[in-house]
Design a protein around this ligand. Sequence first.
Ligand SMILES: O=C(O)CCC(=O)C(=O)O
Ligand SMILES: [Mn+2]
Length: 198
Amino acid sequence: MIISKSLINIDGEVLIYPNFFSLEESDKLLIDLTNRINWQQDHIKMYGKLIPLPRLTAWYGEPNKYYSYSGISMISQSWIPPLLYIKKRIEELSNIEFNSVLINRYRHGQDSMAWHSDDEPELGKNPIIASVSLGETRRFMLRHKYKKELEKVKIDLTHGSFLLMKGTTQHYWQHQISKTKTIVKERINLTFRIIQNK
Ligand SMILES: O=C(O)CCC(=O)C(=O)O
Ligand SMILES: [Mn+2]
């Protein structure tokens, strides 16, 4: 059994498994997903203008799983083998079954994800988020929503790493991937989720 200590010690649980996938597996998965995922460029509306999200996205899962965030609605595309392989591996470790995955592709250092919690109603009361990273290492940060005196938690998510957020984490904590001025290659992140609708 692999044991991990929580990165936060209050109001939730965040576990990290740095080399969860071997280097060979991770390299192969990165190439497979880059080529086979149906990537899309979504836009959000801000001040009446359509702004492109600073990353490419895709939503896969069991049939008819809907997901909405920031005014964007997506319907699941069918699982493909590399996604099913990753899903099986993380389900074995976490003992949880996931039915969908949001995939983000950060093309360079200017692609990012702003502070947020994964707390959309369709994720249920205490969302369990299983996050797999491939490709370039990017810094993941957590901050408490109310206890401003708590230090931010910073963790580098490396090629083949697995991060699990559970319990009340999404009620009390936000997370982000910030932009970086350093020249970085592509990174793909997959967050497996349990959608409660239909
Ligand atoms: O890219 C990451 O590591 C985080 C992605 C994320 O927070 C999300 O998809 O909700
Ligand atoms: Mn998130």
